[in-house]
Design a protein around this ligand. Structure first.
Ligand code: SAM
Length: 263
């Protein structure tokens, strides 16, 4: 707890990201990842493996970009830094860990950037004001990347903004429609890229009791139908000890090694 508080007060981040709760969430993810490491291990290994397979299909190796780098648990950073001249890690909050890693690998660039482009406007939102339009473009310096991986990010993009809007008393249907716009905008960003694109995201959350029976299912894509993935697996994001009571939350994860090739 003291370590988390220390990180909270000493990690530089934009006022909007701090106000909306992105920094708090990243620090909470780090603590959760430590607490339930065995449950997350296989998901992280599978994510890294998909990225490595996707890399093998990449003809040029100048710039690689990781969207949603976070704590780099699911990123094969060593290989990326050896294979590419430049590796850009993008996140709305640059974790302490990421800043340390950057010192070890001179060709790593950390870019603090809000992929939805809405955080600043949301920080000052008031009931009755229009919701900010999610950005469907990535920063210009990433547009020509040879390889871009969006790693366990897509489903996360609407979460914090929507929680914030609920707290602000914004109408539920408006929030729901806006969530879908955020998801679509990120896919549009990926579709505009000229290099190879790898996408990994959880698409559903299943709430299971101790017998494994599913009692609740949440569609993390808000009704959006995605094409058939190259790989799928399950990720116990919150085992009973974490989720509390008798409930385990299991995410269904999908991965596309070459998102562009999909019609
Ligand atoms: C579930 S984590 C991804 C896991 C991460 N690859 C790792 O191994 O730690 C989601 C990441 O997306 C980032 N993120 C969430 N919303 C974002 C946004 N609007 N722009 C950029 N990054 C965002 C979070 O800060 C977090 O680091």
């Amino acid at each position: 707890m003291i370590k988390e508080l220390y990180h909270y007060w000493t990690t530089p981040c934009s006022p909007a990201a701090r106000k909306l709760g992105y920094l708090k969430e990243l620090i909470a993810i780090e603590a959760r990842a430590r607490r339930i490491a065995p449950y997350w291990k296989s998901h992280q290994e599978k994510s890294r493996k998909v990225i490595l397979q996707a890399l093998d299909q990449c003809p040029r190796c100048d710039q690689a970009v990781i969207l949603g780098g976070g704590l780099l648990f699911d990123i094969p950073l060593e290989t990326l830094t050896k294979r590419f001249s430049e590796v850009v890690i993008v996140d709305i909050v640059l974790s302490k860990h990421l800043r340390t890693v950057k010192k070890r690998y001179p060709n790593v660039i950390c870019l603090e950037h809000d992929i939805t482009g809405t955080a600043e406007a949301l920080a000052d939102i008031e009931t009755g004001k229009p919701l900010p339009k999610p950005s469907n473009r990535l920063p210009e310096i990433l547009a020509k990347a040879d390889f871009v991986a969006s790693v366990n990010l897509l489903s996360q993009l609407p979460l914090i903004p929507c929680e914030w809007l609920i707290k602000k008393g914004i109408d539920g249907q408006l929030i729901d429609d806006w969530c879908s716009q955020i998801i679509n905008a990120h896919l549009e960003q990926l579709n505009q890229l000229t290099g190879n694109v790898c996408l990994i995201t959880d698409t559903e959350h299943h709430y299971l009791d101790r017998s494994g029976k599913c009692h609740k299912q949440i569609d993390m894509m808000n009704g959006l139908q995605l094409p058939a993935p190259d790989q799928q697996w399950q990720w116990s994001i919150a085992p009973c000890s974490e989720a509390g009571r008798n409930c385990e939350i299991v995410a269904a994860v999908s991965a596309w090694e070459k998102w562009h090739q999909i019609d």
